[in-house]
Design a protein around this ligand. Structure first.
Ligand code: SF4
Length: 215
């Protein structure tokens, strides 16, 4: 059983898959409290669902890309891993959006792990030992997402990403904190870095009202 906050069908918004139609399985609960979190509603509530029922609902949208998100999906690690394995076996392209604060080694190979690197102004500590472990086992299907609010956060991320051998190895995407970071400034920092990194936007916030859920 998994505690599920919502399952919905929309477009992927925050990764190299941005713009692709995608089914989202949003699991309840998170172990972090980022200062700019926009899914605090997923910290609690939701309903317990069997893997069979989740699969049935995912199948009903007739879309072969599915993202397991939260909250933090790896807070329900054992069952979340089983769900990903089952969806992969059915031929789905499976994405996992995770906050980069929990072990990821048992995520099935083939799952696209979208791992957040939380900079200092997120208010959440960076687990050096855990990131060292990630860095020893980068997979071709991994990518890293950094949401930054200022130049200091950006520079901190670049330094860590170089340290962990991520830049040039796997895709690295930078997003501005909505309403706090000037996107034009972020573009300038990205250009200044002269590195294989890219701009990323929370595109659902541009398309819909920023507070709209289930999109
Ligand atoms: S990890 Fe994600 S869901 Fe959890 S507090 Fe941070 S932004 Fe919110």
């Amino acid at each position: 059983m998994l505690r599920v906050h919502e399952i919905f069908y929309s477009i992927q918004g925050e990764s190299t898959f941005a713009g692709v139609p995608c089914v989202f399985v949003r699991l309840t609960g998170c172990n972090l409290r980022c200062r700019w979190c926009d899914t605090t509603y997923a910290f609690t509530q939701g309903q317990c669902m069997t893997l069979d029922d989740i699969e049935k609902q995912v199948d009903s949208y007739q879309c072969k890309t599915v993202e397991i998100t939260g909250g933090e999906p790896m807070c329900q690690r054992q069952e979340a891993v089983l769900l990903m394995a089952r969806l992969l076996a059915k031929g789905y392209t499976v994405l996992l959006e995770t906050n980069g604060s929990l072990p990821l080694e048992d995520v099935p190979h083939g799952v696209h792990r979208i791992i957040d690197l939380k900079p200092p102004k997120s208010g959440q500590p960076h687990d050096v030992a855990l990131w060292k472990t990630y860095a020893e086992h980068w997979r071709d299907t991994d990518q890293i997402k950094c949401v930054v609010c200022d130049r200091a956060d950006f520079d901190w991320c670049i330094e860590k990403l170089n340290h962990y051998g991520a830049i040039g190895r796997i895709p690295v995407l930078f997003s501005p904190v909505w309403g706090e970071c000037d996107p034009q400034a972020l573009v300038a920092w990205i250009c200044d870095a002269h590195a294989p990194i890219r701009l990323n936007f929370q595109i659902h916030k541009i398309i819909w009202d920023p507070d709209t859920r289930g999109v």
